[in-house]
Design a protein around this ligand. Structure first.
Ligand SMILES: [Ca+2]
Ligand SMILES: [Ca+2]
Ligand SMILES: [Ca+2]
Length: 108
């Protein structure tokens, strides 16, 4: 929610005595909050292991994950499928994330 607190450009009254409820752009706050809630809900429901993008996490996705499992050289030029925690390898910690979503068929 720091995004709302930090929009000095939008609210010329911020941190001034004129920063009152009356001078707030409540419609703007509402829209920003709505967008944030939708984004968080989308990210929470997204399947992180749906590598082939067909809205499920099944054996085909496991195959993609397994192909890079054990790599320790993931980087921007040569990314790994399945380095969920971004520590440049695909190990059991990443498998834990993958397995959480394995079997889902309701990926957005
Ligand atoms: Ca899939
Ligand atoms: Ca599939
Ligand atoms: Ca990793």
């Amino acid at each position: 929610m720091f995004i709302i607190e930090d929009y000095a450009l939008e609210n010329p009254n911020q941190h001034k005595p004129s920063d009152t409820l009356e001078t707030l752009n409540l419609e703007f706050h509402y829209q920003v909050t709505r967008t944030l809630v939708a984004a968080v809900a989308y990210l929470a429901s997204k399947c992180r292991g749906d590598f082939d993008g067909d809205k499920d996490v099944d054996g085909f996705d496991l195959k993609a994950f397994a192909a890079d499992f054990g790599r320790t050289d993931c980087n921007l030029e040569n990314p790994c499928e399945g380095d969920f925690d971004g520590d440049n390898n695909v190990d059991t910690a990443d498998f834990a994330v993958f397995s959480t979503d394995f079997g889902r068929t309701d990926c957005p």
